[in-house]
Structure formats: structure tokens, C-alpha cells
Design a protein around this ligand. Structure first.
Ligand code: HEM
Ligand SMILES: *[C@@H]1O[C@H](CO)[C@@H](O)[C@H](O)[C@H]1NC(C)=O
Length: 168
């Protein structure tokens, strides 16, 4: 093998190894397209509010004890500006993550940053992120036309695992 093909082989193996932490490029392409159809194609502030509250209400049904973790953002009034701002921060985090599924280098940094922000809070547990995965896999099919469950599962579960990295 000549030196150039050796270099190419190593480069390909490296990018495959980086990409495989999340999902295949084909799955990522589907998920990015389906997400942007609802989230970035004319969805108004009001629909984002509804979507965020639907996600957190479902989470609190599955894991009622997690609700107190959001006292700082006025979870007692889910119609308040403080809670709305929280749901928008979470959805924006999800939006960034999803849109970088095909750029493992950037995504690894994005998720590591989010993981550090979560690890810094007391009371957070990895099982809440498992519940969040289930919630998203339940809420999103009701919003997305022709929802592709395999592609979403393949991309979303590694994404939430990366954001939960380091949690007990
Ligand atoms: C996988 C989806 C998730 C994403 C993208 C996400 C993203 C975010 C972002 C962007 C923030 C704001 C960080 C800051 O400004 O300091 C945040 C805060 C927080 N997240 Fe998450 N999060 C996710 C899931 C969860 C889950 C499952 C829990 C636990 C049930 C959780 C608990 C918290 C808490 C307690 C805060 C701090 C709230 C406050 O400001 O007091 N997150 N999250
Ligand atoms: C919750 O917040 C909304 C928006 O600020 C406000 O209109 C409403 O009165 C609040 N509800 C309670 C019970 O405080």
C-alpha cells in the first residue's frame, strides 16, 4: 500500500469512529430534515411553548420526583416566563445537537458542554435522561409527519446519553 492510501485509510477509519458515537449519516440526515420541518420552518413562539410544556409535563408524569429540580425556573407555574425561558433553552440545546449530528467534532464538544452543565446540578440522575428519551420518542411522532422511528431512536438515544455523561 502506498503512503497516501494508508493516510486515507486512517482518516476514513477515524471519521467512522467519531461518527459512530452518534448515528449514521443517513439516519442523521433524516432526523435533521424532520426536526427542522417542525422546529425551524415557521414554528412560532407559541408552538415552541406548547411543545416544551408537553415534553416537561410528560417527563414529570414519568418521573414526578424530578419536578423539584426545576424550582429555580418556577416549575410551580409552567405558564410563567421563567419556566418558558427554561423550556426554550432546553429545546435550543436539542436543536443545536440535532443540527450537528453530522459533525461529530462539533457535536462532541456541544454535548460535553451540556453534560458539564448538568453534572454541576445536584439531584440529577441518568434515569431522568432515559425518561426524556422515551418522552421525546412519544411526543415527536405526534408533531412530525412520516416520523421515522428507527432513525430517531438511533440518533436521539446516543445524543441524550452524551448530554447525561457523568451523571450517576
Ligand atoms: C436531552 C435533553 C436535554 C437537553 C438538550 C437539555 C438542555 C439544557 C440546557 C440548555 C439547560 C440550560 C443550561 C444553563 O443555562 O445553565 C438545561 C438546564 C437544566 N436541565 Fe437540562 N436538558 C436536557 C434534559 C434534561 C433532563 C432529562 C433533566 C432532568 C430531569 C434536566 C435537568 C436540567 C436542570 C435541573 C437544569 C437547570 C435548570 C435551572 O436553570 O435551574 N435536563 N438543560
Ligand atoms: C402564571 O404565570 C402567568 C404568566 O406570567 C400568569 O398570568 C399567571 O397568573 C400565573 N399563575 C399563577 C397561579 O401564579
Amino acid at each position: 500500500m502506498n503512503p497516501l492510501s494508508t493516510v486515507l485509510l486512517v482518516l476514513c477509519a477515524t471519521s467512522a469512529a467519531l461518527a459512530s458515537e452518534f448515528c449514521s449519516e443517513a439516519d442523521a440526515t433524516i432526523v435533521i430534515k424532520q426536526w427542522n420541518q417542525i422546529y425551524n420552518a415557521g414554528i412560532g413562539a407559541k408552538s415552541r411553548w406548547t411543545m416544551g410544556n408537553e415534553i416537561f409535563s410528560s417527563l414529570f408524569k414519568l418521573k414526578p420526583e424530578s419536578e423539584v429540580l426545576f424550582n429555580n425556573v418556577n416549575v410551580a407555574n409552567m405558564s410563567s416566563g421563567a419556566f418558558h425561558a427554561h423550556t426554550v433553552r432546553v429545546l435550543s440545546g436539542l436543536d443545536m445537537g440535532i443540527n450537528y449530528l453530522n459533525d461529530a467534532g462539533t457535536l462532541t464538544s456541544l454535548t460535553a458542554h451540556l453534560a458539564a452543565q448538568h453534572v454541576a446540578r445536584t439531584g440529577l440522575k441518568a434515569v431522568y435522561f432515559d425518561a426524556m428519551g422515551k418522552v421525546l420518542m412519544t411526543v415527536l411522532p405526534s408533531l412530525i409527519d412520516n416520523f421515522n422511528p428507527d432513525a430517531w431512536r438511533n440518533c436521539l438515544l446516543p445524543l441524550k446519553n452524551a448530554i447525561a455523561k457523568g451523571l450517576p
